[in-house]
Design a binder for this molecule. Structure first.
Ligand SMILES: Cc1cc2nc3c(=O)[nH]c(=O)nc-3n(C[C@H](O)[C@H](O)[C@H](O)COP(=O)(O)O)c2cc1C
Length: 172
């Protein structure tokens, strides 16, 4: 396996940190992984792609959706994984199927599946540490401090290990 692109779209940086941990984990498996903001990314020149976006109001960020749409021909030729980062507060332990807001946005999943998808997942997110505007500020205020960062690094690393296992088994 040659080069792997780990592309992310973030507003408040927490998804970038998830992507970076995924890239570090892939590298630990001997994979040449590059972590890039999706706005600066192209699938060209990579052998596999992991793409993640923060979820806001049930949607992926525009840049990540547009990457999927505009690079679909290139992406269809290589293994593709996607992840969303979103659920925070006391929602994290809920069964996600109870509330579609915390699920992978259906339209994104449909699009990625039509391209050809190896896997997808939803990771817990982090309430903005630098909230802008009324909604973000009240979300931060109404979420107890200990529930604001729901990113589980072990879960994230394990998921990356699964991606690495598939990539390295394809190599042999
Ligand atoms: C205004 C607002 C709306 C949000 N809406 C959703 C949502 O619909 N679904 C979800 O899973 N997470 C939602 N979240 C949580 C964010 O996805 C979470 O904070 C994420 O980690 C932010 O990523 P970023 O730091 O990379 O921008 C929302 C957060 C804010 C502040």
């Amino acid at each position: 396996m040659g080069k792997v692109l780990v592309a992310y779209s973030t507003k408040h940086h927490s998804t970038a940190e998830i992507a970076e941990v995924i890239a570090v984990e892939l590298r630990a498996h001997g994979i040449d992984a590059e972590c890039v903001d999706v706005s600066d990314a192209t699938a060209d020149g990579y052998d596999a792609v992991v793409l993640g976006s923060a979820v806001y109001a049930g949607r992926w960020r525009r840049e990540a959706v547009s990457f999927l749409k505009h690079q679909r021909t290139e992406l269809a030729r290589k293994p593709l994984w996607i992840f969303s980062s979103g659920p925070v507060g006391d929602k994290v332990d809920e069964d996600f199927t109870e509330n579609s807001r915390w699920l992978e946005p259906r339209k994104v999943l449909d699009l990625a599946e039509s391209i050809g998808l190896r896997g997808h997942t939803v990771f817990g997110g982090r309430i903005p540490t630098d909230p802008h505007g009324f909604v973000e500020k009240s979300m931060a205020k109404n979420t107890p401090e200990e529930l604001r960062d729901a990113r589980n690094w072990d879960v994230i690393r394990q998921w990356a290990d699964g991606v690495a296992a598939e990539l390295t088994s394809a190599r042999t």
